[in-house]
Design a protein around this ligand. Structure first.
Ligand SMILES: Nc1ncnc2c1ncn2[C@@H]1O[C@H](COP(=O)(O)OP(=O)(O)OP(=O)(O)O)[C@@H](O)[C@H]1O
Ligand SMILES: [Mg+2]
Length: 326
């Protein structure tokens, strides 16, 4: 296993302070602490070349876990191993093979062209001229940023900057990549481009990628397997398709009728969710949706009919709300 996490916990100790000057004074002499259990007893393993989605609501513990995995944070307890190393020992051989990209933070030098940061990383990671040139060329081509390589970072658009962040993070060809919301704030077209890049990069280099995102589109398109975390605990680890099968027990059939229909007659087909003539929405069991549609077409004056696949976004929301998965 490239990544293996066992019983990882991370507790933050946060100083508490009452508001105002007196509060400040009081907390100076009598400091109170609160413990935040950001990650509790988390275990999972990821094999070489896997691209896994790591999802959960705000504050679930995703970033904390990724920081522990990339050696930025020391776990409170438990074990983390990446490529056989313990990341927080921060051995060079280990750090050279890992990269963490955070959509909300940047490592690029603001006042210099992105290329200067790449050159700095080239020195830090002791990359040879030849390898640097080749890797940079490949990344620049894939991300289509040749024309802005020499532009001051502060003058780049958000999307361009995010691409440069990726190049800076990938220039040393890490085997393991942690992507923390790489598409945040990007427009839909740029998000799509990012996704294509991530998929292609994973395919080409067999790199192992753990990705967090609040956009279910990212997860749906890129990851077969998802790990869902909530309140610091893993609540699901498995195929995304399996959750859908388990929770999306029903499909929605939307029918437009040509003439009036007695709603009572529709009861036999399924549960009527909305009756707003000429439009009617009926919920039917997943397995029975084709039969139900055929019956509707046969017995009723149907002008238009549409069977909707379950919406992953809705399903994941149900999971976050605490719907049982086991
Ligand atoms: N440096 C810190 N000091 C104290 N508490 C922290 C710190 N960083 C995170 N936390 C707390 O730990 C919990 C987990 O935070 P984390 O950033 O890992 O969540 P997340 O899943 O990445 O959320 P989001 O989707 O909003 O990015 C939260 O309750 C957060 O407030
Ligand atoms: Mg986060």
């Amino acid at each position: 296993m490239v990544i293996s996490v066992s019983h990882l916990s991370k507790t933050y100790r946060v100083a508490q302070k009452e508001p105002g000057f007196l509060g400040t004074l009081n907390s100076f002499f009598n400091r109170q602490y609160k413990e935040v259990h950001a990650v509790s007893d988390v275990s999972f393993a990821i094999g070489e070349g896997e691209l896994v989605g790591f999802i959960g609501p705000n504050g679930a513990g995703k970033t904390t876990t990724l920081k522990c995995l990339s050696g930025l944070l020391y776990p409170t307890s438990g074990h983390v191993s990446v490529l056989g190393f313990t990341p927080f020992e921060r051995k060079n051989t280990c750090l050279k093979q890992i990269s963490l990209v955070m959509g909300q933070k940047n490592q690029l030098w603001w006042d210099l062209p992105a290329e200067d940061t790449f050159l700095l990383n080239k020195e830090i990671y002791e990359i040879s001229d030849e390898v640097y040139k080749k890797t940079l060329h490949e990344l620049v081509e894939l991300l289509d940023v040749a024309d802005v390589l020499k532009t001051q970072v502060r003058k780049l658009s958000l999307g361009q900057r995010m691409k440069m962040e990726l190049i800076a993070a990938l220039i040393h060809k890490p085997k393991v990549l942690f992507l923390d919301e790489p598409t945040i704030g990007l427009d839909v077209i740029m998000q799509q481009k990012m996704r294509e890049f991530i998929r292609e990069y994973n395919r080409r280099h067999k790199s192992t990628i753990l990705l967090t995102s609040h956009y279910m589109e990212d997860v749906k398109e890129l990851c077969k397997r998802v790990i869902i975390i909530d309140h610091g605990k893993i609540i699901y680890d498995g195929l995304l398709g399996d959750i859908v099968k388990k929770l999306a027990t029903h499909k929605k059939i939307t029918v437009i009728f040509e003439s009036d229909v007695d709603p009572k007659q529709l009861d036999a087909i399924g549960e009527i969710k909305e009756y707003n003539f000429p439009k009617v929405v009926i919920s039917v069991e997943r397995g029975a949706s084709n039969v139900a549609a055929a019956e509707l077409l046969q017995k009723f004056p149907v002008a238009d009919i549409n069977i909707e696949e379950p919406d992953i976004e809705d399903i994941i929301r149900q999971v976050f709300k605490g719907k049982e998965l086991v």
